[in-house]
Design a protein around this ligand. Sequence first.
Ligand code: ZN
Length: 199
Amino acid sequence: MQEIIRQLLAELGEDPTREGLLNTPKRVEKALNFLTSGYNMDIDEVLNDALFTVDYSEMVIVKDIDFYSLCEHHLLPFFGKCHVAYIPQQKVIGLSKIPRLVEMFARRLQIQERLTSQIADTIREKIRPLGVAVVVEATHLCMSMRGVEKQNSFAVTSSMLGAFRDSARTRMEFLELIKLRSGARTPADLVESDCLLDK
Ligand SMILES: [Zn+2]
């Protein structure tokens, strides 16, 4: 990878042999490997020994999970907060595993919409809850840094499954508890990510 990064630096009009850039290919390789380390994580290893059978069927919420990801269209960061809720049927996931799950999907080349649904779909598959809700609020540097319609650099996406889809009351309870930064009150108010359209 380092040779490609040296070529990229030259392509950008830089001199890859000047002192400040000498170690850049090595650093970029290391950084990119870390930022995409989610490809090497296995869901069953991440959740290992942390699925429990319980007699509990109230909403479980983990909110304000910080995440950093890379948009697959520009290889630039998008980052923000992820909120996850589910209503258990028989099984729960150890609370500390939810941020790990978010991390596993965030540390890949992503679009915000897919990140959101992958988290929700995985929880549904693994513990078959009565419902799952995932809301992701993120700022996209590919939009704000390039100066493209600055107001669209912030986006909110959601995936509502089962009880969260079927019951407006359950959905509202969740949205009330996470108090979105954007002020959106219902999924219908949620803003669409423009990065998706910006190929
Ligand atoms: Zn982008």
